[in-house]
Design a protein around this ligand. Structure first.
Ligand code: SF4
Length: 506
C-alpha cells in the first residue's frame, strides 16, 4: 500500500501544502490492523527484570498484569550471562506460558512483551521480543509504540546492506545499533535511539545487561521498580504500567524520563539522557482509556484522572437524570466521578461478560446487535422507566455506541443521554494506538448533532479539551499529545491519506 507522507505539523498545514511534500512508501501497519472493530487497541505492553533467580516467572506475572495492552501474542526472552533464550506464541499470556514452557527459560534476567496485532502468518513473525545476532552481539528487544520515520530508515539501512527478517519497528532499532559507528554498545544504542522518530518505550537485553528507554517525547509510559531477590539483594524491574509491580510486590521507584536510556548490569543502575530539549507529548489517551486505573503513569494515578474527567463532564454537560450508568469496564471510574459530582446515583446497569472468546462463532449472525449483546447485558430493573446518563470513553465509528443506546432503551429506559469522557476523536493515531482512518471516524465527518441522531440518543456531549487537560494534570505539569482530538501531531511525519476527511480524493 502506498501512502503519501507529509513532513510537518499536520494541524498547521492545509491539504495543498501537504500534497506538495514528499511521497514515500509506508506499510502503514496500524491502519491495516484497524479493521473490523469499533474500539481502539493499544499495540503493546513491555516488562523487564534484572537479578532474580526466577526471572521468567516474574515477567510472566508482569505480562499477565499488562494483558489489557495486547492480547494477540506474547513473548519472553531470558539470559543467564552466557545464553539467551526466547519463546513467543499467539494468544494470551496464560495460554502460551505454561509451567513446562517457563522451565525452558532459565536465567536471572528477562524481558517480555504482549502485543495486539493483526491476524495471519505475519503475526507470529512480528511477535516480540525479537532476538537478533548482530555485529554488536546477541540482542533481544521488545517495544511499545510506533516509529513514524520507519520507511526512510529502512531503505537507508537496506542500502547499507541490512537484511530484515520482520516488518517490526523493533528490528529497525536493532539494525541501527548494529550499523552504528559508535564505540560501545550503550553508545550505539543511544545513537540508534536518537535517529528514530515516533513513539517507543523499549526494553532490551544482551547476555549480561538490561536496557530500558523512552522516546524523547515520552509518548508511552515506562516505569522502574525494585523488589527483593529471594537469594539476597535487589532485583530491578521495568514495566509499561505500575500495576505490574503490584503483582510482583515490587516497589515503584520512578518513571523512565522521556529521552532517557537506563542500563542495569552487575555494576548497578546507570542512566543517560540521549535526547533532551524536545517538548514532552505523552499520550493523553492512556489516561482516558488504555492504562489500568490502578496504574500510575506520567506521574499520576489513572484512577484520579478518570474520576476528574467524570466530575468535569458533569460540570460541563450535566443533565437531569435518575441514574448514571457506565459502559463497562473503561467507563466505570469516570461514571463514579460524574455521579459524585452530579448527585445522581451510580448504578451498574450494564454487565459485561469477561469470558467472550476471541474466536467465538456467532450462531445468529443475522440477529441485529448480536456482537454487543454477547459482551454486554442490561440490568432491566435498574433501567426500566429511568432517565439514564450513559458514560463511555469514546465514540469511534458510532456503530457500537448506537447498539448500546438501543440496548439501554430496549431495557425500558425512558431517556438515554450519552456522555463521553474525552473530546471527539477526529484524527488517527500514528504512535501505537490502532485507530481507523479519518474517513471512518464519525466525529471527523459529522457534527455532534448528526452523531446524536445516528446513535439515537436523547442527548450527546463530550468532555472539552480544556476539561480533559485539567483532569490529567498534577502539580508537576506534563506535556500531552492530543492529536487524535485536535489533528495537531507532535512529530514531523504523518500519513496524508490517513488524515483526509471522508470524500476527499488524492
Ligand atoms: S494521537 Fe491520540 S492516541 Fe495517539 S498518542 Fe496522541 S493522544 Fe495518544
Amino acid at each position: 500500500m502506498t501512502h503519501r507522507l507529509f513532513q510537518g505539523v499536520a494541524g498547521a498545514a492545509d491539504r495543498t501544502q501537504q500534497l506538495a511534500f514528499c511521497s514515500l512508501y509506508s506499510d502503514s501497519r496500524s491502519r491495516q490492523q484497524a479493521a473490523a472493530g469499533d474500539t481502539l487497541h493499544e499495540e503493546c505492553g513491555v516488562a523487564a527484570i534484572y537479578n532474580h533467580p526466577d526471572a521468567a516467572r516474574q515477567i510472566y506475572l508482569s505480562l499477565y498484569a499488562l494483558q489489557h495492552r495486547g492480547q494477540e501474542s506474547a513473548g519472553i526472552a531470558t539470559a543467564d550471562g552466557h545464553h539467551l533464550a526466547n519463546i513467543k506464541g499467539m494468544g494470551l499470556v496464560s495460554e502460551i506460558f505454561t509451567d513446562d514452557v517457563l522451565q525452558k527459560l532459565p536465567g536471572h534476567m528477562a524481558i517480555g512483551h504482549t502485543r495486539y496485532s493483526t491476524t495471519g502468518d505475519s503475526a507470529l513473525l512480528n511477535a516480540q521480543p525479537i532476538r537478533v545476532d548482530s555485529t554488536k552481539g546477541l540482542i533481544a528487544i521488545a517495544h511499545n509504540g510506533n516509529l513514524v520515520n520507519l520507511a526512510s530508515l529502512r531503505s537507508r539501512l537496506e542500502r547499507a546492506g541490512a537484511y530484515f527478517q520482520t516488518t517490526s519497528d523493533s528490528e529497525i532499532i536493532v539494525q541501527l545499533i548494529a550499523h552504528s559507528s559508535a564505540g560501545s554498545l550503550v553508545d550505539s544504542i543511544a545513537d540508534s535511539l536518537s535517529q528514530v522518530e515516533g513513539a517507543f518505550s523499549i526494553v532490551m537485553m544482551t547476555r549480561d545487561r538490561i536496557f530500558a528507554a523512552r522516546d524523547p517525547r515520552g509518548f508511552r509510559p515506562l516505569s522502574m521498580g525494585r523488589m527483593k531477590n529471594p537469594d539476597g539483594g535487589d532485583a530491578i524491574v521495568f514495566a509499561s504500567e505500575s500495576c505490574a509491580f503490584d503483582l510482583l510486590r515490587a516497589e515503584f521507584v520512578r518513571d523512565i524520563l522521556p529521552g532517557e536510556l537506563v542500563m542495569v548490569s552487575e555494576d548497578g543502575v546507570t542512566s543517560r539522557q540521549y535526547a533532551s530539549g524536545i517538548p514532552q507529548s505523552s499520550c493523553i489517551f492512556e489516561h482516558v482509556y488504555f492504562a489500568r486505573p490502578d496504574s500510575r503513569i506520567f506521574g499520576r494515578w489513572v484512577q484520579e484522572s478518570r474520576d476528574q474527567m467524570g466530575r468535569q463532564l458533569a460540570r460541563e454537560s450535566g443533565v437531569p437524570a435518575d441514574v448514571v450508568v457506565p459502559v463497562p469496564d473503561s467507563g466505570v471510574t469516570a461514571a463514579l466521578g460524574y455521579a459524585e459530582e452530579s448527585g445522581v446515583p451510580f448504578r451498574l446497569g450494564l454487565i459485561r461478560n469477561h469470558y467472550v472468546g476471541r474466536t467465538f462463532i456467532e450462531p445468529e449472525q443475522r440477529v441485529r446487535d448480536f456482537g454487543v449483546r454477547l459482551k454486554l447485558n442490561p440490568v432491566r430493573n435498574l433501567l426500566e422507566g429511568k432517565r439514564v446518563v450513559l458514560i463511555d470513553d469514546s465514540i469511534i465509528r458510532g456503530t457500537t455506541s448506537r447498539k448500546i443506546v438501543r440496548m439501554v432503551r430496549g431495557a425500558g429506559a425512558k431517556e438515554v443521554h450519552l456522555r463521553i469522557s474525552c473530546p471527539p476523536t477526529i484524527s488517527p493515531c500514528f504512535y501505537g494506538v490502532d485507530t481507523p482512518r479519518k474517513q471512518e471516524l464519525i466525529a471527523a465527518n459529522q457534527s455532534i448533532e448528526e452523531i446524536r441522531r445516528f446513535i439515537e440518543a436523547d442527548s450527546l456531549a463530550y468532555l472539552s479539551l480544556d476539561g480533559l487537560l485539567q483532569s490529567v494534570q498534577d502539580k508537576e505539569k506534563v506535556g500531552y499529545c492530543t492529536a487524535c482530538y485536535t489533528g495537531n501531531y507532535p512529530t514531523q511525519w504523518v500519513d496524508v491519506e490517513e488524515i483526509l476527511p471522508a470524500g476527499a480524493v488524492l
